[in-house]
Design a protein around this ligand. Sequence first.
Ligand SMILES: Cc1cc2nc3c(=O)[nH]c(=O)nc-3n(C[C@H](O)[C@H](O)[C@H](O)COP(=O)(O)O)c2cc1C
Length: 182
Amino acid sequence: MRILVIIGGISKDSINKKLFELIKPLAPKDFEFDIYDISLLPFYSQDIESDFSESVLKFKEKIVACEGVLFITPEYNRSIPGVLKNAIDWCSRPYGAGLWNKKPSAVLGASMSTIGTFSAQADLRKILSSLGSLVMYQPEVYMNFSAYVDAKGEFFESTKKLYENFLRSFEEHILKSKSIYC
Ligand SMILES: Cc1cc2nc3c(=O)[nH]c(=O)nc-3n(C[C@H](O)[C@H](O)[C@H](O)COP(=O)(O)O)c2cc1C
């Protein structure tokens, strides 16, 4: 099962990148992760929406080729970072040729506060469902990074269980979506 991972922020020492590294070994055996670096994308504009650069083309190919998209996003000012919205917008156009429709997706995120990306995740689910993506709404995991990992930067056992359950549920969600829509 090809899972495209999109990290919503582009900072070098991103805790959301670390979160991805921590959940990788907890994924179901048939998950094959691919990642796309959204910092490679230009700013979307309607003026260039049909004139794809190499990076846009590659991104679009990866969206088409995967069985599901896993978003792991920071929260910026109670919503998603602009770079992530830019990436989503690219694959929503040209009008009528968007790639999100019926694409299974799931949302995770880590922040440095107790809010744990709640607000960003809620906004992201709203955006994705408006584009027809089959978003998994349950279970949800909101991560306060400093509280969920130990001094060595490893997960506590209880945290592992949360993410194992999340990823197993995403696998089921993809299989169910396929059986209904494919
Ligand atoms: C512009 C900006 C806005 C932020 N807004 C929020 C916020 O609304 N809620 C929150 O929990 N953390 C917020 N933070 C703190 C982030 O949780 C923290 O910087 C985190 O490390 C970002 O994730 P990343 O390391 O994966 O980039 C903000 C950080 C920045 C730079």
